[in-house]
Design a protein around this ligand. Structure first.
Ligand code: GLN
Length: 312
């Protein structure tokens, strides 16, 4: 196990960083100007074991917006707020094989396909309880504090840009309103969705979030519960089937870890019962996943036998 090889593991992580730091494939997201400010050479990797040991290399203090990585955790809060049956009646859990911003709903039930694509994430945000957008956002920030052990804030310019340019997401929201899948508080729900995407985190936060899930929903350092134990399995399983956009099948095959990526360059991945991984590197491949982050997770999976279905 990783804790049994503490100091060699630090050396291993440093080598991994060196191995991939000059891999210059991919492109920094630039659909809003604020994201294009990210430096292509920012690169951080952090691993947190189930017992709270932290191993890190590179830019693990650099803040960036969480973006789609927020989606599984907001799904978890929606499950706590509304219960599994109600949430399932509004959002399916089926992978799409389509891009994360595809404007598509299930033809039979009119539900968005899963909480990891934008339509499903907007329907999920709609379920978050609270009196008005301020209180609902506060509940999200408070949830992320429980996962990371640290206070969080949003990047306001990113939020305002997402809101100003988010007409594709607005179109999905109206389509779902047409089918009665979400409430008519469209702008409030979209604000909450754009705000959740704008929450600032670093690679260490991502690893701590992942380790919290790997530890059954309890932060391994603060010992605070972040997610009701009844819903830990729900969150982890949609990450496995839908977390890497339309590359989720290939990721499950090659890496075999439940994971979630975001266009800010982060990836969260975990080995249930063992450890959490957070990676940060802004250049993305064509599907929107961090190029160096994928490489790091492939290596960790192979070198430590972390694939879920490794029967060795
Ligand atoms: N906020 C962006 C959107 O809604 C990006 C989400 C993501 O990380 N894919 O389009």
């Amino acid at each position: 196990s990783i804790s049994a090889v503490t100091s060699p593991f630090r050396g291993y992580l440093n080598d991994l960083y060196e191995k991939y730091k000059s891999l210059n494939d991919g492109k920094v997201a630039d659909y809003i100007p604020e994201l294009a400010l990210a430096k292509a050479d920012w690169f951080g990797v952090c691993v947190v074991s189930r017992d709270g040991q932290v191993f890190e290399v590179g830019n693990c203090d650099q803040l960036f917006t969480i973006q789609s990585i927020s989606k599984p955790f907001v799904f978890g809060l929606a499950l706590e707020d509304c219960g599994r049956d109600y949430v399932n009646s509004k959002v399916s859990v089926e992978p799409t094989g389509e891009a994360f911003n595809a404007i598509v709903l299930d033809e039979v039930t009119n539900r968005p396909y899963n909480p990891m694509v934008n339509a499903g994430a907007i329907a999920t945000a709609d379920l978050i309880k609270g009196n008005g957008s301020t209180e609902r956002l506060k509940r999200l920030l408070e949830m992320f504090r429980r996962y990371t052990g640290r206070e969080h804030d949003i990047n306001v310019p990113v939020f305002l840009s997402e809101k100003a340019t988010g007409n594709r997401n607005r179109a999905m929201a109206y389509l779902m309103l047409n089918f009665g899948m979400i409430s008519d508080k469209i702008e409030e729900t979209l604000d909450l969705y754009f705000q959740q995407c704008s929450i600032l985190v670093n690679a260490r936060d991502l690893a701590m979030i992942a380790a919290t899930l790997a530890n059954g929903g309890v932060n391994p350092v603060t010992r605070e519960r972040a997610l009701d134990e009844r819903y830990v399995q729900d969150v982890i399983s949609v990450m496995l089937t839908c977390g890497m956009y339309d590359a989720s099948g290939e990721w499950a095959y090659r890496v075999g870890m439940p994971a979630k990526s975001g266009v800010g360059g982060g990836i969260v991945s975990l080995v249930p019962g063992k450890l959490g991984i957070g990676t940060f590197s802004p250049p993305l491949d064509v599907k929107g996943n961090s190029v160096r982050g994928i490489k790091v997770c492939e290596d960790l999976s192979r070198d430590f036998g972390l694939h879920l279905f490794n029967a060795a």
